[in-house]
Design a binder for this molecule. Structure first.
Ligand SMILES: Nc1ncnc2c1ncn2[C@@H]1O[C@H](COP(=O)(O)OP(=O)(O)OP(=O)(O)O)[C@@H](O)[C@H]1O
Ligand SMILES: [Mg+2]
Length: 232
């Protein structure tokens, strides 16, 4: 359902981040996307969201050639993907409540009243923040903010979910809580891709893993420490 063919991406005047990459992710998979800092994990998400364009190659998404999309089709494509960005913290409205932050995309989409409240209730239950819905985001911990960001990314019931370093800066217990939530999103039928450079997290969760290394993307097994060391 997500397919790169012979894809090359470089930023102006620099060596390519991805060089002639071919890869495929099937519908309903849970994948980690790993690689050292600067390897290109965020770039992969930005390409899939069409926030960056490649110099060469093709990207197919649900069978469609997204590089040919019109601006309207691009907007629809992005709405169908739940995304938690790496700098999510900056994207929440600190002086608004948890509830308001999650409701924002629904308001923009013109939903209001009972329907919106129902949807909000479900989402806040799902991330375990229903009782704290009136609290301001500015007073939350980093991990709690991640949960708000995830709830907000789920508002339109996306079939595909991207999380870019969702556990960066969280302690072990909060990181696991966030990962369990992403697992549940996957269990409900969505394709989930989690970018992380935390190889010990990958070992704990034992999901399929794509590694970006030497400008290529390949599937790797990271089960034991020796394999993990080889991937660095
Ligand atoms: N807008 C940009 N302009 C120029 N270079 C960029 C831009 N965005 C990313 N890069 C470069 O592309 C490379 C890949 O960056 P990217 O953010 O995709 O890495 P990453 O794997 O997500 O890293 P991290 O783990 O630190 O988040 C880096 O060398 C980075 O400096
Ligand atoms: Mg990144």
């Amino acid at each position: 359902m997500i397919e790169f063919t012979d894809l090359t991406k470089s930023y102006a005047g620099r060596l390519p981040v991805l060089d002639s990459v071919t890869m495929k992710i099937d519908q309903g998979e849970f994948f980690f996307l790993s690689g050292v800092s600067g390897a290109g994990k965020t770039t992969v998400f930005r390409l899939l969201l069409m926030l960056e364009l490649p110099e060469q190659g093709n990207i197919r998404f649900n069978g469609a050639d997204i590089l040919r999309y019109s601006p309207a089709q691009r907007a629809r494509h992005r709405r169908g993907i739940g995304t938690v960005f790496q700098d999510q913290d900056n994207r929440l409205l600190a002086n608004e409540s948890i509830e308001e932050n999650v409701a924002l995309p629904l308001r923009i989409a013109g939903l209001s009243g009972r329907k919106m409240r129902q949807r909000m209730g479900t989402l806040l239950e799902q991330v375990g923040l229903a009782e704290r819905r009136k609290e301001l985001v500015s007073g939350l911990s980093g991990g709690e903010k991640q949960l708000v960001s995830i709830a907000r990314a789920l508002v339109f019931g996306p079939r595909v979910f991207f999380a870019d370093e969702p556990t960066g800066n969280l302690d072990r217990s909060m990181a696991f809580k966030v990962m369990e939530l992403l697992r549940r999103i996957h269990d409900s039928g969505s394709t989930v891709i989690v970018a992380t450079h935390d190889l010990s997290l990958i070992r704990s969760f034992r999901s399929r893993t794509l590694l970006i290394k030497d400008r290529k993307i390949q599937e790797v097994r990271l089960i034991n420490r020796a394999e993990t060391a080889a991937a660095r």
